[in-house]
Design a protein around this ligand. Structure first.
Ligand SMILES: Nc1ncnc2c1ncn2[C@@H]1O[C@H](COP(=O)(O)OP(=O)(O)O)[C@@H](O)[C@H]1O
Ligand SMILES: O=C(O)C1=C[C@@H](OP(=O)(O)O)[C@@H](O)[C@H](O)C1
Ligand SMILES: [Mg+2]
Length: 186
């Protein structure tokens, strides 16, 4: 996890950025968190789809490297928002060194989840092309490959729990309030 001292040096008015593995709730919890904090919510995957069409089709036509490059430029656009927002990233966005650099000035929250939760939440995995034909096995492998990257990017780590989405939001707001100088709802 990033050191609080470094976090303290960053200015206020930062975006809250949700990172984490597929199925951790970045999109769903991100939308609920934004409603709670009266901030705009944006999701890098939603922008991607609006611009380029469905992610599985884009992967099969152009490949993952092209997806990552476009994802990075979308993240840069979203972070440049005039109002501090809640921004949900795709699970692999942190693979790009350029994206990780962009996150250094933001308030980054890692949502974690257990393997059992992932198995319940991913369904057949068809909307996430990186999971392939065996989604749970692929998810486990990808989780292991990325875990340290997620932790290195995060100011706050939300450990897995079985809380309802609204309760998960309560926990995140509490964590934000205890690690930042200002109330995130301001
Ligand atoms: N805290 C939670 N409790 C129960 N279900 C959740 C929770 N967070 C996410 N989900 C469910 O898991 C699925 C994946 O969530 P999603 O927000 O798409 O994850 P991500 O964007 O991180 O891949 C969705 O069906 C969502 O409703
Ligand atoms: O982890 C990944 O590489 C991906 C995660 C997906 O987003 P979610 O984490 O919101 O499912 C989406 O960006 C794409 O399918 C690739
Ligand atoms: Mg998502």
């Amino acid at each position: 996890m990033r050191q609080p001292a470094a976090a303290e040096q960053r200015g206020d008015g930062r975006n809250i950025v949700l990172i984490g593995p597929m199925g951790s709730g970045k999109s769903t919890v991100g939308a609920a968190l934004a409603r709670r904090l009266h901030r705009p919510h944006v999701d890098s995957d939603h922008f991607f789809v609006a611009r380029h069409g469905p992610i599985p089709e884009y992967f099969s036509l152009h490949g993952e490297d092209a997806f990552r490059a476009e994802e990075q430029s979308i993240v840069a656009e979203l972070l440049d928002s005039p109002r501090p927002s809640v921004i949900s990233l795709g699970g692999g966005a942190v693979l790009s060194a350029g994206t990780r650099e962009l996150l250094r000035d933001q308030q980054v929250v890692l949502l974690d989840l257990t393997e059992d939760q992932a198995a319940l939440r991913l369904g057949d995995g068809s909307s996430r092309p990186i999971l392939g034909a065996h989604p749970v096995q692929a998810w486990k492998r990808i989780y292991a490959e990325r875990e340290q990257i997620y932790r290195d990017c995060a100011d706050i780590v939300m450990t897995p729990d079985d809380a309802h989405i609204d309760v998960r939001v309560d926990h995140i707001v509490r964590a934000l309030n205890t690690t930042s100088r200002r109330d995130p709802s301001v």
